[in-house]
Each structure stands twice: as C-alpha cells, then as structure tokens.
Design a protein around this ligand. Sequence first.
Ligand code: FNR
Ligand code: 8K6
Length: 347
Amino acid sequence: MSTDLLSPFKLNNSIELQNRVLMAPLTRCMADDNLVPTQAMVDYYARRADVGLIISEAIIIRADAQGYPNTPGIFTSEQVQGWKKVTDAVHANGGKMFAQLWHVGRVAHPHFFGGDVLAPSAIGVEGSVPRMRELTYITPKAATKDDIKGLVADYAKAAENAMEAGFDGVEIHGANGYLIDQFLHYAANERDDEYGQTPENMSRFALEVTDAVIDVVGNERTAMRLTPGAYFNMSEDNRDKAVFDYLLPELENRKLAYLHGGIFDDSMRFDSLEGKSTSEFLRAGYASTLVGVGSYSFETAKQAINDNKFDLIAIGRPLIANPDYISKIKNGEEVTPYSDEMLAELV
Ligand code: FNR
Ligand code: 8K6
C-alpha cells in the first residue's frame, strides 16, 4: 500500500508529527543586529506550522560560531526570548519545531565577533563570506582540548536554552563543512590526539556533543544532520567513508529522534562513498528513522518513501517559495518555483 505523506507519523514516545513533510533548515540572515529573531521571522515560521516539523534555520550556539551576517543566536536571554515568540506562534498554529544548533568552525569570520576562529586543525578554507566578499576566510586556530571541552559545554547550554525557548527538540548541525563535519573529514582534521587520525577519534567530538545534548534534552528530542559525502566547504577523501561507518551505528545506539542527510541534490553520487548518494549511504548504515532531503518534489519524495529509501522528507527551497506548500499539495494546486531572488525577503 502506498504511504500517505500527509498522515501522522510517530517519531517516538515523546513526539508525533502531523505529517511526514519537514521544513528543512534554511539560513535567511534576517535576525536583528543582536542576532535576535524578529517579528517577521515569527510570522514566517508561523505561516509554515502545518508541516510535520519545522527545523529552524541554523542557530549559532555562541559568538565565535558565526560565519554569515545576521544569523540568529541562542546564547543571550534576549535571543532566547525572541525564539520563544517564534515557538509560541508555531505551537498556536498547531505545529512543532526543532532548533538547529550551529557552529561554523573554520568558516567563521572574526569580523563578526573579534577573536580566534576555532577548528579541529589549522587548515583554512578557500574563499570568502557570501554577501560580504571582502571578508576572506582566515587560517583557523587548532582547538585545544580545553577549547573542545568548552565547545561541548556550549552545545549543551544552547540545547538547554532551546528548551527554555519552547522548542520541541534540537537538531545538531553536523553537516555541510561546519565545525562538527570538520572533525569528521580528513581534509579538515589532521589532529594527532584522540580527536584525529582514526574513525573512532574523528567521531569523538560529534559523539561528545550528541551525548551532552542528550543529557539535557533526552534522546527522543535530539536529532543529527550529517553529510558523509563532502561537497560544501570541504573536499572529498576516500578515507572519509570509514569515519561514517564507525559513527552511524554509534548514533543509532543512542536512539535519536531522527538522522537527517544534508545535501542540495540527493541524486549526487560520491566517489568517497563508493558511488552512493547521501540517502543510499545513510540508509545502508542506519536502520532507524531517516530524513531524506535534496531537490525532491512532493511526488518524487513520495516515491522514495514508498521505495523505503527514507522515512520522512525535508523540503527546503519550495517552502521558501510557498509558505502554503502543504495546503497547495492537499488541494492539488501548482507550487510556485523557487528562485534565488526570493531570499531577499521573508514571506
Ligand atoms: C540551506 N541549507 C541549510 N542546511 C542546513 O543544515 N542549515 C541551514 O541553515 C541551511 N541553510 C540554507 C539556506 C538556503 C537559502 C538554502 C537554499 C539551503 C540546505 C537545506 O536545508 C537543504 O538541504 C537544501 O536546500 C536542499 O533541499 P531543497 O531545497 O532541494 O528541498
Ligand atoms: C544565502 C547566503 C546566506 C548563507 C547561507 C548558508 C547556507 C548555505 C546556502 C547557500 C546556497 C549555496 C549552496 C551551494 C552548494 C553547492 C553544492 C554543489
């Protein structure tokens, strides 16, 4: 029988989703200058409360986590209160929302916070900050063990703040070439201590963060986003697969709410993953709830879920273009195609 994506899905004993369509995390760079969510953001998220779960745009856990202008934070009480308005509005409209917890690592820029840029190793990334091209990326400082302890503690604190702000759970941003992903890939991790060199060591930071977050919010309210195939701010290395072969069962043992592949186009295949796509690779190594993402339409997602390629779908750009995506699908109406100019405004 074909699965109805628009009927409820029980994630676990704590959380039931009204349907299988998630809003993918989408950075919009629209927080105010104190990195506090605005009323326009409250309205934007509230309009989309009919998806099964909104995953917030990536939210920085502390000042040196920032790599883009006006990305919201969750480390001051003003920011927490700002997010409370967002989650209250989403809940009032019958929705649920997770906070995506973010540290960009070596893709940070001191322009935003005035201090060291921390990463697993002192290996910079080419290029410059989007929309602020004069800000060229710098060589980061390799995090000391004390720095790492502080980072883990700050992820836990951010998770605690997310609960205070009324979120239903948190998604740890372990994808797209940012801090956690930097530990997981050889191109960014040349450490010679217990955080580098072997799959177990390279997974250590991701798992320490996961365990610290679980301690605060519980496993049923903790999720992870990963990109095993390097494609953004990162280059591929054929040794990377072994790291994820180690990490996936470790994550599965922790009985998370879900695992989420982060990718722009899930038809992309990776040499470093023996020619598999992101969702194929994750499905092969992780039997629990998996969220697919990356250039899917409602119809192609439905087919993939029916073929058991993953369990839930996250939709990104079409939800920027169509705040009423779910009702359009329900009514069989055409969805408006996304275009980059739509990023200029929150609709
Ligand atoms: C993204 N994506 C993204 N991913 C993430 O983990 N955290 C984020 O904050 C963002 N921000 C973001 C902003 C914008 C403007 C885009 C287009 C994308 C990636 C996103 O979650 C998703 O994986 C892709 O957009 C692919 O899904 P769609 O858009 O093809 O449905
Ligand atoms: C839109 C600029 C604000 C910063 C957003 C950060 C998240 C990344 C989204 C930008 C989209 C470009 C993605 C390019 C991916 C290349 C895949 C081959």
